[in-house]
Design a protein around this ligand. Structure first.
Ligand SMILES: Nc1ncnc2c1ncn2[C@@H]1O[C@H](COP(=O)(O)OP(=O)(O)OP(=O)(O)O)[C@@H](O)[C@H]1O
Ligand SMILES: [Mg+2]
Length: 436
């Protein structure tokens, strides 16, 4: 487990300055020793309070000169000039108090810090990066895109787009999502009016537009680049995404660009990449890394064989529904959102980031291919503090992967038979041929 760093331990004068008002007062204090001492004591007490807040909310943060977490959205208005209309929009949406990731990631991004953030599924990461973007941009400006959010799927990109629209309602930001690449040239090309502020896209569409000659998209005014589900993007054709990211970074050629990476799971690969490529990185983890959300009751169910799955499913759901067709992805997803479809059979494509309200059961019909995939799949329920349930079928064939999933379940406090934990780990065999 990672331990919260002393936020003030960086060498004096290094990095950005510490944000506490108390610190400034100490530094500017011309008067006698007595007053200096009492301010130092105040600072010490303040630090204790900050540590307590981080401890209570399981906020683990690594990096130097880390700003204090915020405990209310109102603080964002007084300290960081959050737009009063956005604050009102938050209240109207029933969002009263920041979640732990929001408490720490928002002040960090408001200080222009580059961030790698890892927090459980359904814990409000979207708001954690959307609020700083909107606050940072302050108001619409006809300068072209000043913030870009990259999402692995277009469903997730649409969801983030809608969230940005909802949050900035009444402020006038022009949020865009690339629907049809063919229309993008007209909308965003060199001759366009530049009357747009925020872009949400999958990496493929972005790269396609950037690779046109001349490029259809100008990202030179971008100040914030956010990569959501960052480990997923690194996973899918590992080297491919790195190249894509490099192209996108290069296109964001302005002097002010800052970057933030968010996900519920984080691999050493991503962390290493961020340490190498980001500036004065701060990592934020909520609770233990790579664990399942604790609001989901998890169960592993042995079903013997493929046929057994159907029998077991019949037991769980009463007969009589038609699986929706995934060719009509958007329609199906919308119908599910609006409650017209009650059961959604989907592939792991919808396992990441999608926020369906009211899902109370995730049924893993086919065994997940990794613990990371399992964490995201079951994270479609038990969101925003609500309770949920996840049942995972397994057959004889799934035994090699059973142990890693059983460990995730055990770590979340749900019961698993000891024999499952005892299963042998799969060891990959690497044969290196030495040619004499
Ligand atoms: N401060 C808050 N208070 C209450 N609910 C919130 C708060 N912030 C976000 N939510 C709600 O929590 C739900 C999950 O948020 P979000 O989709 O951002 O989770 P996430 O952390 O990105 O999850 P995932 O890892 O699955 O992508 C949403 O319905 C959102 O409206
Ligand atoms: Mg998310």
């Amino acid at each position: 487990m990672e331990v919260a760093d002393e936020p003030n331990k960086a060498a004096d004068g290094e990095g950005i300055s510490w944000t506490s008002d108390l610190n400034k007062r100490i530094q500017n204090q011309p008067s006698g020793d007595k007053e200096k001492n009492s301010l130092k004591r105040l600072k010490h007490l303040h630090q204790e309070k900050v540590n307590r807040i981080r401890g209570q909310n399981r906020i683990n943060v690594h990096g130097c000169d880390v700003p204090d977490p915020v405990c209310t959205f109102e603080e964002l208005q007084s300290e960081y000039r959050l737009h009063s209309r956005i604050l009102q929009n938050l209240k109207d949406a029933g969002l009263d108090t920041p979640t732990p990731i929001q408490m720490q990631a928002i002040p960090l991004m408001m200080h222009g810090r580059e961030v790698l953030a890892c927090a459980p599924t359904g814990s409000g990461k979207t708001l954690a990066f959307c609020l700083p973007l909107l606050t940072h941009l302050q108001q619409p400006a006809n300068l072209g895109f000043r913030a870009v959010v990259i999402s692995p799927t277009r469903e997730l990109a649409s969801q983030t787009y809608r969230e940005l629209l909802r949050l900035s309602d009444g402020v006038g930001f022009r949020v865009h999502i690339i629907d049809k690449a063919s229309l993008a040239a007209k909308k965003y090309g060199p001759k366009s009016s530049k009357k747009y502020d925020i872009l949400v896209s999958t990496p493929n569409r972005l790269i396609y537009l950037l690779s046109q000659d001349p490029p259809v998209l100008d990202l030179s005014s971008v100040e914030w680049l956010v990569v959501d589900e960052s480990d997923k993007l690194f996973e899918a054709g590992k080297s491919g995404f790195r190249e894509q990211l490099a192209t996108i970074f290069l296109a964001c050629s302005g002097p002010k660009v800052r970057r933030a990476f968010f996900s519920a799971t984080c691999t050493p690969d991503v962390e290493q990449w961020c340490r190498l490529n980001l500036d004065n990185l701060v990592t934020v983890n909520i609770g233990h890394r790579n664990t399942a959300v604790e609001t989901v009751e998890q169960e592993l169910l042995f079903v013997g064989s493929e046929d057994g799955k159907l029998v077991a499913m019949r037991d769980i759901i009463k007969k009589g529904f038609l699986p929706p067709m995934l060719q009509q992805r958007d329609n199906v997803v919308n119908s599910f959102r609006s409650g017209h479809i009650w059961v959604l059979i989907c592939t792991a494509l919808l396992a990441r980031g999608i926020d369906f309200k009211g899902v109370n059961l995730v049924l893993n019909y086919d065994f997940p291919t990794s613990a990371v995939e399992y964490i995201h799949r079951i994270g479609r329920t038990g969101r925003a503090g609500h309770c949920g349930k996840a049942i995972t079928f397994f057959t004889e064939n799934d035994k090699p992967l059973l142990r890693s999933i059983a460990n995730v379940i055990k770590q979340a406090g749900c019961p698993v038979p000891d024999y499952m934990i005892g299963f042998k780990k799969i060891h990959r065999l690497i044969i290196i041929a030495v040619v004499a």
